[in-house]
Every structure is written in C-alpha cells, then in structure tokens.
Design a protein around this ligand. Sequence first.
Ligand SMILES: [Cu+2]
Length: 305
Amino acid sequence: MKKKVLIMPALMAFMTMILSGCQPLMVFDTKGPNAKTLSNTIILSIIVMAFILLVVYVLFVFMLSKYRASKQPSGYEPPHEEGSTKLEVTWTVIPIIIVTVLSIVTIFTTSKVEHQQTGYENKKPLVIYASSSDWKWHFSYPEQGIETVNYVNIPTDRPIEFRLYSFGPITSFWIPQLAGQKYAMSDMVTKIHLAADQEGSYMGRNSNFNGKEFAQMEFETQAMSQADFDKWAKEVKANEPKLTEAKFKKLLKTSVVGRESFSSTHLSFSPAPEMDMSKHSGESNKKDSHNMDNMDGMEGMDMSK
Ligand SMILES: [Cu+2]
C-alpha cells in the first residue's frame, strides 16, 4: 500500500520530464502566445488527472479499510446485493463530464493555435519555408530572398508563419518554447503559426524519428528585434553566396552539415509542394492564396497518405 502511494509522485515527475522534451520544463517556459496556450492546456490536463488520481487513491484507502477481513464466523455469507443504480449513474456520468470538458478545452486550444495569435492580428505574418532533408533543416525567406540551414532568425513582436515540407521522409518541426510540433511531409505544405514575445535563443528540433542522424536534426531559433533582423537579413543578402541548383542538390545529399547562409532561396528552382495543389484538390493548378488557405481544411484528408 505504502509503495503504491510513493509510485504516483515518481511517475508524475517522470511524465513531466518526458513532456518537457528532456530539458526540464522547457514546454512550460513559454516565449510566445501559441506556446502559452498549449502550455496552459497541458497544465490543466495534469491538474485534472492529478485530481482524479487523488480521488481514486482516497477511495482505494477507504475501501481497503472499510471492507478489510473482519472477525465473522467462517460460515458467514454476506447478504446478496442488487446493483446500485445511484452508483452506476455516478461512475458513468463523471468520466463523461471529464472527457467532455477536456475535449472542449482541447478543441478550443487546437483551433486557437491554428490561427494567427491574438494581439497580432494587425501585423502581416513573416512567411518562412522550413523544409527538412536527411538530416537538416532549410529555412527560405521569400520576402528577404535569403536561405539558411540549421538555424533560423525571426523578429520579435511579429507573427511568423512557418510553411513546412520535406525532401525526404516525414519529419516533425518543433520549437517547444514557441509552438507545438507539426509534421513536414514530402508532397504538401503544413503551416505552423507562432510569435516570439521575447528576444532569445530557443532550441528547435525534429521530433519524429527518421533515421541515423535524427539526433543531429536540431536548429537554433534566434528571436531578435525587427531592426536587428533587418540588419542580419541585409548582411546575408550582401555577403553570402547564391544558392545554385547544383549546390542545393549537393547539400541535400550531405547528411550532416553545420550552419549555412545563402543570398538566394531554393524556391525558384525547387518550389514548395503547395504550388501544385491540383494533386490534392482536383482543381486547376493555381497559385492564388485562396487555394492555399483551403489547405487547412484538407489536412485531415492528406494525413492518410
Ligand atoms: Cu499531401
């Protein structure tokens, strides 16, 4: 009995470690509105689950002591008892309420983080294409006309829209302190919305095991002021080499590389799969934004591929 009571806090501590992505509590140390929403949902779920466990353990102790072996004569048979409607209703309704409440919270959270953050509606999001290949991350900035490998710089106080896809197997894009994870696939683009409230360096990684150098698929996300960001982008544009198709192909083949910067993007010769939506929607191949916006509703369908 005593042992079981001790297992619970140990298990909770272990779960916290797992949920925080190994680095203790990183998921709860949020630096942006979307991450904050997700973190609050996780904390609420943990509180609800801890409360359920508490009730179960209290009932467990109560039952054990109330119905423990007593000094009845050996031939004693307890009176036959019919099922209790009151109890049946109680232990059916309570789980339904718990699941309903958690479902509603989860639906609201998911819907909230799928859209632009509250407080940032008036700002135009900065679009960054984040594509993965074995085993690295490519970040293309169409607005700035630059590309980086294994690191991404973003301005603070501006919504960021990452458009994810992959040059190889499915990977998962995850910056724990800024947003939840989302899959990057080879034939379509998924979007992740986030914003950084504070300047700082945040770890990002692939959270979907995809092979030998999976552990190397980390990148640094550096959030800086808009002025610093503009200065950095200008410097990359002026000083770094152009990304040619040959160079890009070679880069895709190399398994592990460090940080790299280029003054042009691969989008010109190797466009993101969102450009060819005809495969998915059956509509003609249009690049208009309306067509791209339709993708949100299609993700469920496409995930089955
Ligand atoms: Cu697809």
